[in-house]
Write a protein that binds this ligand. Structure first.
Ligand SMILES: Nc1ncnc2c1ncn2[C@@H]1O[C@H](COP(=O)(O)OP(=O)(O)O)[C@@H](O)[C@H]1O
Ligand SMILES: [Mg+2]
Length: 466
């Protein structure tokens, strides 16, 4: 029922209550009542003079007519407006997506590829395409810019308006919203549009590892998604890979066990050892193997506060490994700032609190790396914070052999290489150094053998250190 219509009806008709029932008087009764009222309340003299004036003066008559017409039109206009508003509310559904939500980018990208799109305002988005050989080329896609757009999906039309506000997010980006409108009867299609947009985005990242870095208050995608690193490309000492993979598998399969016992469902790994031994590469390969993304945080970052750290650690993107690189930096800074009389960055207790406080319905996998395990505080090494510590050391003979075979796959040459390598009696050699040598002479195992001396001077290969 349209409100303004029902109102005039109610006002126009007088209701009498007879035996507890509301009886609406008939039109005849109304005219009788009005007649009676007018004879009772209006003085005959006055009504006479008014009607006389109205009749005798054509201007007044015309003015009165116009007034009635004007009032009628204004009521009609108001009515039409209210009716259209009501119809709008009944027939149209809007869905608002903010740019703080993940589906915002998914939807814009999906719409930029939508063939039925009608847009006059476009924005350019540079896209990256990674080829089989790892090289990257860039391209452009036109996403709907701020303004109005239309698209058709499964025979239904959708209106999209993208708006940019003056306000700035915590992350430093301006706040934006996209509002999608459609007919009420097609509302169920909104969910399938968003679902399709999500799946398209997922497909684009299939076979890729997405890196996130902390940015202001939030996580932001860092660079382009990288091709997954294969586990076989990282060569660790015997049994190390297998033991970590087995532990992760067991952890990921025991969510019920953790939940039943009220234990936070998280696991922390510490990989320690000299630089260039493959710690970071191994974590990347693990992420690829388990189909996870990686959120990297540098605990030593000077403008990272305890609050920000806690917030970030509690808001890790889905299916993402949290990677805290060079965790000892947090402790160096603590000593340094004490000496210099100021405090900056994350405090040790802030880090412990953040690690303990991570509460999530989903699993939380934290990997930490350090080149200086001796600098770490014992409190950090407690189970629950770090559950598994693994030394990733300089290359063992086993690793040297495996690496040589991975590059040249030549057993005869391997025997010669190993002989020359042992003759050098190097105290240590990192896997990164070995990689440096083999990449330099990638065409020829003989050249790698004759240049094995290079391994004495690790700085020559320094450009391979990340
Ligand atoms: N065990 C390894 N197996 C394969 N590649 C390695 C290994 N160790 C180091 N590398 C190579 O050396 C470079 C540096 O390795 P990285 O993982 O950054 O070492 P870390 O994090 O231990 O300092 C990378 O290009 C990586 O491919
Ligand atoms: Mg590293």
């Amino acid at each position: 029922m349209i409100p303004w219509l029902s109102k005039t009806e109610d006002n126009g008709k007088k209701k009498d209550i007879v035996d507890g029932k509301i009886e609406t008087p008939s039109t005849q009764e109304i005219s009788m009542m009005n007649f009676n009222r007018s004879t009772e309340t209006t003085s005959p003299d006055k009504s006479f003079s008014f009607s006389q004036i109205m009749e005798s003066n054509p201007y007044f008559a015309a003015g009165g007519g116009l007034m009635v017409l004007g009032a009628g039109l204004s009521i009609l206009r108001k009515g039409v407006m209210q009716l259209s508003h009501l119809m709008y509310r009944r027939l149209i559904v809007d869905l608002e997506i903010r740019n703080s939500d993940k589906s915002y980018d998914w939807f814009l990208n999906w719409m930029s590829n939508c063939e039925t799109r009608v847009s006059r305002q476009l924005s350019v988005k540079t896209t990256f395409v990674q080829h089989e050989n790892g090289s990257v080329s860039t391209g452009f896609s036109f996403v709907p810019g701020p303004g109005n757009h239309w698209f058709k999906y499964k025979k239904a039309w959708f209106h999209v308006s993208r708006e940019r506000s003056e306000r700035i997010h915590n992350s430093g980006q301006p706040m934006e919203t996209v509002t999608i409108k459609t007919l009420y009867k097609d509302r169920y299609l909104l969910a399938s549009v968003l679902d399709e947009a999500r799946q398209t985005a997922m497909k684009m990242n299939e076979g890729k590892t997405v890196l996130f870095k902390s940015w202001g208050q939030d996580w932001r995608v860092f660079g382009k998604p990288r091709s997954k690193r294969v586990l076989d490309s990282v060569i660790l000492d015997k049994g190390i890979k297998e033991s970590i993979i087995a532990d992760m598998k067991e952890f990921l399969a025991s969510s019920k066990w953790y939940n039943d016992r009220g234990i936070p469902y998280r696991r922390g790994y510490l990989l320690y050892g000299p630089p260039g031994s493959g710690k970071t590469s191994f974590i990347q390969a693990l992420a690829g193997e388990f189909d996870y993304n990686i959120a990297i945080m540098n605990v030593g970052e000077p403008n990272l506060t305890d609050d920000r750290l806690a917030y970030l650690m509690n808001n890790i993107p889905e299916r993402t490994i949290l990677l805290l690189e060079d965790i000892d930096a947090a402790f160096n800074q603590r000593i340094q700032s004490k000496d210099q009389g100021y405090t900056s960055g994350v405090t040790f207790s802030g880090l412990l609190n953040a690690l303990d406080g991570v509460a999530s319905a989903d699993e939380v996998l934290t990997f930490m790396t350090t080149n200086h395990p001796e600098k770490l505080d014992q409190a950090l090494l407690r189970p629950g914070r770090i559950d598994m510590k693994v030394l990733i050391d300089n290359a063992s003979d086993y690793q040297v052999e495996k690496m040589f075979m991975r590059f040249y796959d030549d057993a005869e040459k391997l025997a010669i290489f190993m002989e020359r390598f042992r003759e050098l009696e190097l105290p240590y050699v990192s896997t990164a150094q070995l990689q440096g040598l083999f990449v330099r002479f990638k065409e020829s195992p003989d050249l790698a053998i004759s240049n094995v001396e290079i391994l004495r001077k690790p700085h020559l290969n320094n450009f391979f250190y990340e």
